[in-house]
Design a protein around this ligand. Structure first.
Ligand code: MN
Length: 269
């Protein structure tokens, strides 16, 4: 990539599909044939969900950690948000099959992780360095007037009413050993579809007014399911809710493409 092409890019849920990610980054000119950062001063944001559902979640985390170092040396950046599957897999790493107390029948991180595409090889290969890096990921960020979030939910607001406060609360709970707080984090980040439906635009507007940014960009919810299509039929992100919200998860794990979206996104004619 020529440095005049530098920009801000976002990519959604990789879910262990390392080959699909690297192929998409090569096609966009963000990495070279040797899979090294080739995007100069560009900025690349991952919206979380590196782990589970696919063969090589830890390999994806390794790539993102490596690319963030390479990008920084080139004057660019690679950053990432926390996804619900990071909380789930880290919850298994920390609490294993420990049962939660109150509730509706037996619950543990291990049981939920198994039901949600957990991959044994990821647990075996998670190092303390990975765990530290993942636990430091922010839940939310505003970049170039875009509010970046993993999940299309307003449950983030249960941790605070500013990005700094929400990120601090999530960071602190992941630094702690309170299994109930961890579980609430997983549960909240697993909710979705807050900006769909007749009140979607109004809810998105309220969230932007509170947290900042002019447009929400999220992953987590596979576009094809809202459009009544198969994931393989998707070829771009989904701009909806009065153009206030951009969904970028095209369902790589389910046979969809790995979308790498340049911001600001402009809807094709
Ligand atoms: Mn997710």
């Amino acid at each position: 990539m020529q440095d005049g092409d530098a920009g801000t890019f976002v990519v959604g849920d990789i879910h262990g599909h390392r080959d699909g990610l690297l192929a998409a980054l090569r096609a966009e000119g963000i990495v070279d044939e040797g899979e090294h950062w080739d995007a100069g001063t560009s900025r690349l944001w991952f919206l979380g969900d590196f782990l589970d559902r696919g063969p090589d979640g830890v390999g994806v985390v390794d790539d993102v950690m490596r690319l963030s170092e390479e990008a920084e040396e080139a004057g660019g950046s690679v950053r990432a948000l926390l996804g619900n599957h990071e909380v789930l897999a880290l919850g298994v790493h920390r609490f294993g099959g420990e049962e939660l107390q109150a509730g509706l029948g037996p619950r543990s991180f291990e049981r939920s992780w198994r039901l949600n595409g957990g991959v044994d090889a990821d647990q075996e290969r998670l190092t303390e360095e990975h765990v530290r890096w993942l636990c430091e990921l922010p839940a939310l960020a505003v970049v170039d007037d875009h509010l970046l979030m993993h999940s299309d939910t307003i449950e983030y607001l249960s941790w605070g009413d500013s990005i700094d406060e929400i990120n601090r609360q999530v960071h602190d709970l992941l630094a702690g050993e309170d299994i109930e707080a961890w579980w609430e984090c997983w549960r909240r980040l697993t909710t979705r579809s807050a900006f769909r439906g007749p009140r979607g635009a109004q809810i998105a507007r309220g969230l932007l007014d509170l947290l900042g940014g002019e447009r929400i960009v999220h992953g987590h919810s596979v576009i094809a399911e809202y459009l009544g299509l198969a994931p393989a039929e998707i070829d771009g992100p989904d701009l909806y809710a009065g153009e206030l919200v951009l969904g970028i998860d095209a369902g790589l794990f389910a046979g969809g493409p790995c979308l790498i979206v340049r911001l600001p996104y402009e809807q094709p004619e």
